[in-house]
Design a protein around this ligand. Sequence first.
Ligand code: NAI
Ligand code: MG
Length: 497
Amino acid sequence: MTIAIEPVTDPHALAEALSGRMLIDGALVPAVSGRTYAVINPATGQTIATAPFGEAADVEAAVASAAAAQKAWAKLPARRRGALVAECGRLLAGRVEELGRLVALETGKALRTESRGEASVLADVFTFFGGLGSELKGETIPFDPAMLTVTLREPIGVIGAIIPWNAPMMLMAMKIAPALVAGNAVVVKAAEEAPLAVLRVAQVMNTVLPKGVFNLITGFGPECGAPLVAAPAVRKVTFTGSVETGRAVYRAAADKLIPVTLELGGKSPMIVMADADLDRAVAGAVAGMRFTRQGQSCTASSRIFVHDSIHDAFVDRLAAAVDRMVMGDPLDERTDIGAIVSKSQHERVCGYIEAGRAAGAGVRACSALPDDPALAGGLFVRPHVFTGLGNDSRLAREEIFGPVCCVIRFRDYEEAIAAANDSDYGLAATLWTRDLKTALDAAHRLEAGFVQVNQNLVVQPSLSYGGIKQSGLGKEASLEAMLEHFTHKKTVILNMT
Ligand code: NAI
Ligand code: MG
């Protein structure tokens, strides 16, 4: 069966066309069992497509295809592989509208504020890594003048990549683009909630790359993700998702003695000092909390420590800024905030809001729920700004992954640093101050993989990204990440005596 490759900007039509398929060995195929599951539009509750319910037999076929393709792929000159990956980026850049609409439809993320941006970053990640083929360099070592001793960067083989639904295309690109440039073949397991946009990306890549080098399978964690980790030919797993699943993946990888990269969530602190530019800090909190993505971000600045002297003004301005945001149909250009991805995530987030209210916290519920009857079955949640909860409260300790943040009052800097670091997580941290000395001190002391002062950017290709503590293992998004996580170093000695 062929599915037209011409750009389709009606996401409903495209979702239907992609129904029931995944990419194995260069072909769009159903599951061996023929089983499928429904893909839901979270803004309406309606079924928009089906996806194959992948299981062990499908995993086996995808891994076999990758293993067969990888040998010839690794023999291509590295710059040639890079050029092909960059070509994928060029083609994807021409489909920002198509991919943005499709990912908005399946995830509930607003097109204007989130989904279109994700599609652009996707293309940029391919372009960035596509240029790094010639950076797969080794070293020469002055071991003995009569011997040439060098190290070579070699591919690992078949990589299993397990991705989540919150930014599925972008998070997939961060794994597959460097893995492919480094000479590996990849099998991606899509998130069950968001299998469509990544499949369209796979279909586009398939017009450029040799068959089998890249495979995309769909299905659920236990039936599809676990067999991928366990597959004997998979020599490394790269995972983004929850801590609990990350631990299960790590345990399964330990049985096989294969390396893992784990990007697990966070509870990222943002500290606002008394001397901070208040307007910029408020805008930074709105951006950092990812309210436009319903807070469904691993980096979300969900613990906001604000100095006593500006606390009340900060809360007022933050609540007012979030209140101005429009919640509605993700495909409507006026919409700032869309829907929560799934019923289970919706229940989870609502549970935290109830727990916060029950704990007697101060709370501002912002933005009106959409009144469009077409969205009556949608999974919308009003953003909540909680105050008066301590850093020891459940809402401040657990990752909520929803539009819910805690603003916590502090009186002195040492107290703020200690509270910021008092967390199981260590992904990102942000500080707002005009004082350079404080900025540098905090940059040293904050326990996080990524510290920003007076700004709140998200993942950028070229900047290493990844957490410490329960936030994960290893880095993504950079040249160093490609070298460290998608190659191994071989030492070679040529004895000339
Ligand atoms: P999850 O970690 O269960 O799912 C992520 C991926 O892992 C999906 O593709 C899933 O099918 C797969 N998976 C699940 N069980 C597996 C297993 N045993 N073996 C192999 N793969 C498996 O996350 P979920 O259930 O979507 O969300 C739960 C929570 O996880 C969220 O509320 C949030 O706190 C966190 N999360 C963090 C993300 C991040 O960016 N770090 C992304 C998504 C979720
Ligand atoms: Mg799960």
